[in-house]
Design a protein around this ligand. Structure first.
Ligand code: PLP
Length: 381
């Protein structure tokens, strides 16, 4: 029977069976090279593992089906995937990127990509007029979106941005790491490329570094991206690719559990006397909530931030007093993480100094609430 629903596609990893062994779990292929046919051809299409390791294929096919894409490619990290998109542009091209976005990519754009000859303009992506005003006809080739965006969880209207970009002949690439295909399928809203730090929710267990790009269709920039991967070889290892396929099997229940927990935690602390503000797209008063409700289905994500009353020292003290919430960077794993974000991002961060970024895992929500509550109390003494 044909699999119709994304939950089934993920749970069975497309239901692939290895006909030679009848295994329902695919193998890890370690060979770096492949035998040529006697007449010097490579009829099975595999030449060398920098681009052709068969272990990539199931992970790529599963994600491609979940995103509704034309083709998906696996990379060594989220950064390897994201930077491949920019490397596919030409020196002199103009790019619009959001002011609020994953900080390492922002830094790379400001330094390496700028030296490379790209003109990167950072705009408030929640202000469509500002985006329209930033367009340089004929020169703007790409609008980069991250939604929800680190670490303030700004929501960008993907469909509206695609309309602006496409009218100007530019592509739209969406870092959909925090939304995941469980909540948002950017291609349905017009996006040309979807990027994931697969290190996060797609794998989900904090034990793989990987990234992905999915193209909505075949186009010249996508062909360049494919050849960048093949030539530079920023690919995941076979074990990572295999683990990623394994991780995606539980993507739906993990993301839905994290969303439900984050919603309850956000509501619980939004009126708390020791809390300045809760930033979570699922709160009705959150700027961007209406757009999030339009383009996110079944939840508002597992990421939130809490601004603690009494400033930076108080925020750091709260993080120091958590026990269940683990003080660590990263996100999207089954365990909940907490981090004082401005000390990670340093100069130029949009994160207020009193902000704690929180990745909600799949533990009992009440345990997470109790732990954060005791940490707030302990830090206020
Ligand atoms: N995009 C987002 C939203 C991220 O949170 C991260 C990592 O934290 C990345 C991209 C980069 O991914 P990686 O760490 O796999 O290079």
């Amino acid at each position: 029977m044909k699999m119709q629903k994304p939950e089934s596609i993920a749970a069975q990893a497309l239901g692939w069976i290895d006909e030679s062994t009848r295994e329902i779990v695919g193998q890890i292929h370690t060979s770096t090279t492949y035998i040529r046919d006697e007449d010097n051809q490579y009829r099975n299409g595999r030449v060398y593992a920098r681009d052709h390791n068969p272990t990539f294929e199931q992970a790529e096919a599963v994600l491609n089906a979940l995103e509704g894409g034309y083709e998906t490619r696996l990379f060594a990290s989220g950064m390897a995937a994201a930077t491949a998109v920019f490397q596919a542009l030409n020196p002199g091209d103009h790019v619009i990127a959001p002011k609020v976005m994953y900080w390492s990519l922002r830094n790379w754009l400001k330094t390496f990509a700028t030296r490379w000859g790209l003109h990167i303009e950072f705009v408030d992506a929640t202000d469509l007029d500002a985006v329209r005003a930033a367009i340089q006809p004929g020169k703007t080739k790409l609008i980069w979106i991250e939604t929800p965006a680190n670490p303030l969880w700004h929501i960008t209207d993907i469909a509206a941005m695609c309309e602006i970009a496409h009218a100007a002949g530019a592509l739209v690439a969406v870092d959909s790491t925090c939304a995941t295909p469980v909540l948002t399928r950017p291609i349905e809203h017009g996006a040309d490329i979807v990027m994931h730090a697969a290190t996060k929710y797609l794998n989900g267990h904090s034990d793989v570094v990987a990234g992905t790009l999915t193209a909505a269709r075949d186009f010249e920039t996508w062909q360049r991206i494919r050849s960048i991967r093949a030539q530079i070889g920023g690919v995941a290892g076979p074990f990572e690719a295999w683990l990623l396929t394994r991780g995606m099997r539980t993507l739906f229940p993990r993301v839905r559990t994290a969303c439900a927990g984050a919603q309850r935690i956000a509501e619980h602390f939004s009126q708390h006397p020791l809390v300045e503000e809760v930033l979570y797209p699922g709160l009705p008063e959150f700027v961007g909530h209406q757009i999030a409700a339009k383009q996110m289905h079944g939840g508002f994500g597992g990421m939130m931030s809490i601004r603690v009353k009494h400033g930076e020292a108080a925020a750091i003290a709260v993080a120091a007093n958590t026990q269940l919430w683990k003080r660590a960077t990263s996100l999207g794993g089954v365990e909940s993480l907490i981090e004082h974000r401005s000390s990670v991002e340093g100069e130029g961060t949009p994160a207020p100094k009193d902000l704690l970024r929180m990745s909600v895992g799949i533990e009992a929500t009440q345990d997470l609430i109790d732990d954060f509550e005791q940490a707030l109390t302990a830090a206020s003494r």
